[in-house]
Design a protein around this ligand. Structure first.
Ligand SMILES: Cc1cc2nc3c(=O)[nH]c(=O)nc-3n(C[C@H](O)[C@H](O)[C@H](O)COP(=O)(O)O)c2cc1C
Length: 228
């Protein structure tokens, strides 16, 4: 797969088939992930794959409780999903959140059908900076394998329960950074088009000065490929 196709179409896929992800595929995903950059190449990361249905069922309960908590925070005007970017259209954000909730509800309601969870742990992930390259590499490699999923953080609301269920050696400093749900998607991959274009979020030489070029449409797929 062309690297740009991977970059443009690695959407968060919440509707998954229950079919298992073969071990060799999981190996390719994780082997790509461990190539990611990390500070000092200390590689203080650990990837814990969960495919035991009983454990997935236990996490399903926890996930639904954690998600309810996040939406409670959202309703009361707190939590990470509330604040929009400065100057952004608040009504549009509410509409986006409503759409996302629909897709998130599906994920929560069908959690037991997810064939594979990937918990990512790190020691001192530097606010995520030291682990997100590896997580994104895992999602991109998964995309190349036809495997989709979602990066979630809501289970961090119940860190102790997660650590208990998985036997995490917390005394060594390990902390959960994220949990990925992985499987073969029911739907089709599409370009992540619902993003503010480059010229709206970039500037040159001084904050707010024009970037110098407008990018009205996603540059992938290339227009000549589309019309060919
Ligand atoms: C740090 C982080 C946390 C996220 N947490 C969740 C989550 O808990 N549940 C979920 O369904 N999606 C989660 N997402 C996925 C985003 O909602 C998704 O990337 C965004 O809505 C854009 O959708 P798209 O990537 O499919 O274009 C998270 C993404 C990031 C980067």
């Amino acid at each position: 797969m062309d690297i740009y196709e991977g970059l443009y179409t690695t959407r968060m896929m919440r509707r998954l088939r229950p079919d298992p992800v073969p071990l060799e595929t999981q190996a390719r995903i994780l082997d790509a992930a461990v190539r990611a950059p990390n500070g000092g190449n200390t590689q203080r990361w650990h990837f814990l794959a969960v495919d035991d249905p009983e454990l997935i069922a236990a996490f399903a309960q926890l996930f639904r409780r954690a998600r309810a908590l996040e939406y409670e925070k959202f309703q009361t005007g707190t939590g990470p999903m509330v604040a929009t970017a400065p100057g952004a259209d608040a009504a549009a954000h509410v509409a986006t959140m409503r759409r996302m909730k629909g897709s998130g509800d599906y994920l929560a309601d069908h959690f037991e059908e997810i064939p594979l969870l990937l918990f990512v742990f790190a020691i001192d992930d530097l606010g995520g900076a030291n682990i997100y390259p590896a997580i994104w590499s895992a999602l991109l490699a998964a995309r190349a394998e036809g495997v989709g999923g979602v990066m979630t953080m809501v289970l961090r609301n119940f860190e102790d329960e997660v650590n208990g269920l998985l036997g995490v050696p917390v005394e060594e400093g390990w902390k959960m950074s994220a949990m990925l749900t992985l499987g073969y998607p029911l739907g089709n991959w599409g370009v992540a088009a619902n993003r503010h274009p480059v010229q709206e979020v970039s500037s040159r030489n001084h904050w707010g000065k024009p970037f110098g070029l407008e990018v009205p449409q996603p540059l992938w797929p290339p227009q000549d490929a589309v019309s060919a």
